[in-house]
Design a protein around this ligand. Structure first.
Ligand code: GLC
Length: 740
């Protein structure tokens, strides 16, 4: 095979030539071997995988994370097989490897793509040091349902924000050159529509009309593909009756036909076999046929391809061309990664795990991810000078593992700095810190220690209540039908409230929670998601005003779980709610007459507004927006319009604000959302300062998939808002005109 110099590794012509050369030398069995990824575990993997490697029947492994085993598996594949094809080594590097960053939903709350890119870069470096060359990330499933456990690993409900964050994670993982040490293959997942699982129950059916699929769920994957993501993973879920793992509309028509994707598609864990469980196929042969013809190139942790493809080719039911195309796409990634030149890993070639730069990036990410939901009476920030005693109460104040969140197979809780540790470090001898866990876990219903919590709070100047969910209460297969604070936490809040002291709730969770039953019982709420390794210092810096909170919600917080699905960019309906009317059922007279006149789309017992809307997040500064204007009243296709406003800080501290731009297309060939995020920027505003913020919008930013499911930009009237959340009131307008 053609040997190449380092500068040629990524050269696409050279890569294609090398693929052709290698394919011509491969047997059918060796080709099918490349299409199989097996879980390796660690330690004795070379024993039970060794023979398969020598025979060229394994193209990739996952879940092996000790570099000695990885190097031995690579050595067998490269030096003891006939063709010496190196292995892809995959792992769920979702929000960090050893050093853990905030869960992706928290990273989305930073509204800072650079934070996401850096986090992925540090994760890729730490993972590369043990021989991992493929991360099963970014997860870019749009989720409008906080019951769904995997909302934790998503970037939330918005297509635009998710697209930007997904691209940033791809860039961080793959770097500028895939063959560079420290660059690893990304895997955009789960293609597609997984987040629409009915009732938020993981793995459940999804029914998404094509127009909704194209306008809401597919754009983040298109953006990831355009950003160069070299692999995608199919979703477990059934999409409109055809599970994604056998969905040729997704994998052939859209992904390759419309988008020109040249990487490869991997199934999810055993999802090819599951086609039989779905009831799409009758047996492994049918599953193999359905998946390979739909466009799944590699099987993750299953034996369907290994057991069935050779027979299907011999019988002429699957063409060798289809096999070659799949194998070529897998080899392409291996060549691009430079694995043929450098299959082995020397940990000494990489920076130390959890080095200072990595920890600082994790702290910064955690700091920018926290969202200040409420801050009455300026309860925050706390001041060391004004505190003699501080009560720190709750099961999540000192939980080094739990603060890491879900999908942290390799995270090291010994690296965690908890809020309690960080608070003690910051206040030193100046403040007496009294810690009472009060509950063994967030789910506990044992209130025996609540008296001790009450006493600690009563004797303190302020109370920090650390509440939320443990990591295991979100993530894959961990959906909740009730998304209140678990256990007796609400009772603990009420008990502590009886002291009359200022109470600040710091909530760590893997999803939006329904906080309606405690929101009026506390003075402030800082929502920290699962903040990762450096969650303690980040939260503490925010609580004591070293930093001002700047996070903004990437997902809506419902008042009640019964409002779900609830999201800001909803359609108007024919009877939109006019005011936030909550008709408590007991407010209705004895015999309320049946009428629909004047009625509108809301719940009698919850209204229609969320508790906290998408994009919401307070600051220690006081921001006001005024004077929105557009530089023109109308534009034609191909033209741009600049929308500006003034932002003032009438507060006493400088702070960052995430300024957001929303657009509404009032009339379309299909109904359009009442608002859509079309831009955001982080700006710093000094006390007393007024700055101008502007957004430069191109007519193409107004495109959507119309009645014929083709991308279009339609003329008409548009409204625009600039503000600090999706509830922004400062509104402007412009027209898009048909000007030839
Ligand atoms: C899991 C997940 C997927 C993950 C894979 C490997 O079931 O659905 O996101 O990457 O298996 O762990």
């Amino acid at each position: 095979m053609t040997a190449v110099g380092a500068e040629e590794i990524g050269n696409s012509d050279v890569v294609e030539q090398r693929i052709d050369e290698l394919l011509n030398r491969m047997s059918l069995a060796e080709k099918i071997g490349q299409m199989s990824q097996l879980s390796a575990g660690s330690g004795y993997a070379p024993d039970y995988l060794g023979e398969g490697l020598r025979q060229g029947r394994i193209g990739a492994v996952l879940n092996v994370v000790d570099v000695e085993t990885v190097n031995e598996l690579q050595r067998i594949a490269v030096e003891e097989s006939r063709l010496g094809i190196p292995l892809l080594v995959g792992r769920d590097v979702i929000h960090g490897f050893k050093t853990i960053f905030p869960i992706p939903l928290g990273q989305a709350a930073t509204w800072n793509p650079e934070i996401v890119r850096m986090g992925a870069r540090f994760a890729a470096l730490e993972a590369s040091a043990v021989g991992i060359n493929w991360a099963f990330a970014p997860m870019i499933d749009i989720s409008r349902d906080a019951r769904w456990g995997r909302i934790a690993e998503s970037f939330g409900e918005d297509t635009y924000l998710t697209s930007l964050m997904g691209v940033s994670m791809v860039q961080g993982l793959q770097g500028d050159d895939l063959s560079e040490p420290g660059s690893i293959a990304a895997c955009a997942k789960h293609f597609a529509g997984y987040g629409a699982a009915e009732s938020g129950r993981d793995y459940a059916t999804t029914n998404i009309p094509e127009n909704e699929l194209r306008n809401v769920y597919l754009p983040p994957f298109r953006a990831a593909v355009d950003a160069g993501a070299v692999t995608l993973m199919t979703s477990f879920s059934d999409l409109d009756g055809v599970p994604a793992t056998a969905n040729d509309f997704l994998l052939r028509d859209v992904l390759r036909g419309e988008w020109g994707f040249t990487g490869f598609v991997v199934s999810d864990w055993d999802s090819i076999h599951q086609l039989q469980v779905h009831g799409l196929t009758a047996d492994d042969e049918g599953s193999a046929f359905a998946a390979i013809t739909a466009g799944v190139d590699m099987e993750m942790s299953g034996d369907v391809y290994a057991g069935q493809l050779e027979k299907l080719v011999d019988e002429g039911r699957v063409s060798i061309g289809l096999i070659d195309s799949a194998v070529a796409s897998i080899l392409r990634t291996k060549f691009q990664l430079g694995l043929f030149e450098n299959p082995y890993t020397n940990p000494g070639d990489y920076p130390p795990i959890a080095n200072e730069a990595t920890l600082e990036a994790a702290r910064k990410a955690a700091s920018q991810s926290a969202v200040l939901l409420k801050n009455d009476n300026n309860a925050l920030p706390l001041s060391v000078d004004k505190l003699a005693r501080l009560a720190v109460i709750g099961p999540l104040a000192d939980a080094p593992y739990e603060q890491l969140g879900t999908w942290i197979f390799d995270g090291d809780p010994n690296l965690s700095i908890t809020p309690l540790q960080a608070i003690r470090d910051l206040v030193g001898e100046n403040v007496e810190v009294r810690f009472v866990a009060a509950m063994q876990t967030s789910r506990s219903r044992n209130t025996e220690a609540f008296d001790a919590a009450f006493e600690a709070a009563k004797d303190s100047d302020a109370v920090l209540l650390f509440l939320g969910e443990e990591a295991i209460l979100s993530g894959e297969a961990h959906s909740r039908a009730n998304i209140d604070l678990p256990g007796a936490q609400a009772e603990l809040v009420r008990r502590v409230r009886e002291t009359g002291k200022p109470v600040i709730a710091v909530i760590q969770a893997g999803r939006p929670l329904t906080l309606t039953n405690i929101v009026d019982e506390v003075d402030a709420i800082l929502f920290a998601w699962h903040p990762g390794t450096m969650g303690g210092p980040a939260i503490t810096d925010l609580l004591f005003g070293v930093e001002s909170p700047s996070g903004k919600l990437p997902a809506t917080f419902p008042r009640m779980v019964g409002q779900i699905p609830i999201y800001y960019n909803q359609k108007n309906s024919g009877k939109p709610p006019s005011a936030d009317r909550i008709l408590h059922i007991d407010d209705i007279e004895e015999r309320a007459p049946q009428t629909s006149f004047g009625m509108s789309a809301f719940h009698l017992d919850a209204g229609f507004m969320p508790l906290f809307p998408f994009g919401h997040g307070l600051s220690y500064a006081s921001f006001e927006y005024k004077n929105i204007r557009t530089n023109q009243t109308a534009i034609a296709r191909g033209e741009r319009i600049v929308i500006s406003a003034e932002l003032s800080n009438s507060g006493t501290v400088a702070a960052d604000e995430i300024v957001q731009l929303y657009v509404r297309d009032l009339v379309g060939s299909v109904t359009r959302p009442v608002r859509e995020l079309k831009g955001f920027q982080r700006v710093r505003v000094e006390p007393g300062q007024t700055i101008s913020v502007s957004f430069d919008l191109h007519s193409d930013d107004l495109a959507f998939f119309g009645r014929d499911n083709r991308r279009t930009v339609e003329s008409g009237e548009f409204h625009v808002w600039i503000g600090g959340s999706s509830a922004a009131e400062l509104r402007g307008e412009f027209r898009l005109v048909d000007r030839d």
